[in-house]
Design a protein around this ligand. Structure first.
Ligand code: SAM
Length: 240
């Protein structure tokens, strides 16, 4: 089996289940990867774990796969959301890709006062999350939300979800995070210009938010997202 091919499919998976391929998937498998009938690959759908499957029909515009055996159960990531303010296209793509690899369960783009969200495309970012999950061996794909104003996000917030508020103006040790590990969490990362003074005050005033420093240097938002997820995973997540 060519273990390099892992494909996300939006279809139920189970023993003997046939899975239709759309045009883009058929093009990738048969046109780009040159697979033919009988070839084996791995499938996941974010719900049923990972399955070994073989090609039963191969065409230019579609095809059919048959599931053979489960190779991994569904592995859910920790209940960790990454809430961030979109920045330039390539750096936003990077944040979504890394958040998926590092085990975010949901990705929440926020419109903040200093965010320029022109050109934001949810579907494109969701496709990046799918690709990242295909590549990293994950069996789960985080949902990428549509962008929403931070005020609206905070107004509807379930306060049982703790917020790790990454605040470059503070010097609070990430060790503070060890205080409460059993609840759901969200990491908040601001845009290149940072959170506005009003947003920072609001976040600081929330009882369910912990302001956290990521060190004495100011990190770019994409670096900060990776650093924050590393700190969180190490302290409270599924790395131990
Ligand atoms: N406001 C800053 C400025 O213009 O000087 C820069 C903001 S920084 C590029 C983007 C975001 O990354 C911040 O809003 C914060 O959430 C996070 N961040 C960057 N460095 C950080 C640090 N040392 N500690 C905590 N958060 C940091």
């Amino acid at each position: 089996m060519d273990a390099k091919i892992r494909l996300y499919v939006d279809h139920p998976l189970g023993a003997g289940q046939s899975v239709p391929l759309d045009r883009a998937q058929a093009h990738y498998l048969f046109g780009v990867m040159r697979k033919t009938v009988g070839a084996q690959l791995l499938l996941f759908n974010g719900k049923d774990g990972e399955w070994r499957a073989s090609v039963a029909e191969a065409g230019k515009r579609g095809g059919t796969l048959i599931c053979e055996a489960q190779t991994k159960p569904l592995q859910m990531p920790p209940d960790l959301w990454l809430c961030f303010a979109p920045i330039k296209k390539a750096r936003t793509d990077f944040i979504v890709e890394k958040a998926t690899e590092m085990g975010a369960s949901r990705i929440v783009p926020m419109q903040t006062e200093f965010t320029n969200s022109g050109g934001f495309k949810r579907e494109r970012l969701q496709a990046h999350a799918v690709e990242a999950a295909e590549q990293c061996g994950g069996t789960y794909v985080p949902l990428v939300d549509d962008i929403a104003r931070i005020d609206r996000i905070l107004a509807g917030w379930d306060t049982s979800r703790q917020i790790m508020f990454c605040d470059e103006t503070l010097s609070v040790s990430p060790a503070a995070l060890t205080l409460s590990g059993a609840t759901p969490w969200a990491i908040f990362i601001g845009p290149e210009g940072g959170f506005s003074p009003r947003e920072r005050e609001r976040l600081r005033g929330l009882a369910h938010a912990t302001p956290v420093s990521l060190g004495p240097r100011i990190l770019r938002a994409d670096t900060a997202a990776v650093a924050a997820m590393t700190v969180w995973q190490q302290a409270l997540g599924d790395w131990t």
